[in-house]
Design a protein around this ligand. Sequence first.
Ligand code: NDP
Length: 240
Amino acid sequence: MAKVALVTGGSRGIGEAISKALKAEGYEVAATYAGNDEKAAAFTEATGIKTYKWNVADYDASKAGLAQVEADLGPIDVVVANAGITRDAPFHKMSPEQWKEVIDTNLTGVFNTIHPIWPGMRERKFGRIIVISSINGQKGQFAQVNYAATKAGDLGIVKSLAQEGARAGITANAICPGYIATEMVMAVPEKVRESIIGQIPAGRLGEPEEIARCVTFLASDDAGFINGSTISANGAQFFV
Ligand code: NDP
């Protein structure tokens, strides 16, 4: 029987590429989103992947949504916590609301996505948890105290879950993408984009599919001994 994979924020951007790659590998895929109904409908139309709408920042909504996915497709074997937002501002201008919104979505949202399905993974003695962190969680970033805190926090989550889950056949790993050519990055003015690319030793942005291939590898049986790790996919930018 096909394994079941869930991708939060799986209907566009990096998540869309992840959902498609997992489907191509033979997984039954469920993709979640927050509110962009039009994009989610177009995604399902194009891929046949079912979408589910809930706010990852809301524990009860996450629990109910995850239960619905499992009722529809069966127990979730692979979970990709990908949904994330930015609310950038230099620290002296960052509002408590900007801090809280990012923490609630990017950090608590990861807890909310994994916690309800963790007991089932332990019982079945199998699980693959993959969290999409960021290069900015590794190195910090101007005007992203909130975002960098959440993405660094993701690394603490996977390292701890790896230790708790290892004997139960569960792995937990993170991927730290550098700048990826999603709508968000492509929408910035060309001059700004060029200056970003100038800071990447590889001389180009990453492609969403390059992150998706890291995910399919970490989800595979071949990656069973990789646990609590971080894959940095950033064109060597981190090492400048
Ligand atoms: P996008 O903004 O393109 O897509 C974000 C996705 O997450 C959308 O599907 C969105 O749903 C969903 N989402 C946002 N907030 C919530 C919420 N509260 N509840 C449920 N779903 C939510 O993001 P990217 O593809 O650019 O980024 C994906 C991940 O990769 C993020 O965690 C990001 O931090 C990380 N990342 C991205 C990089 C990049 O260069 N793009 C670099 C490093 C890390 P909807 O469509 O309904 O809005």
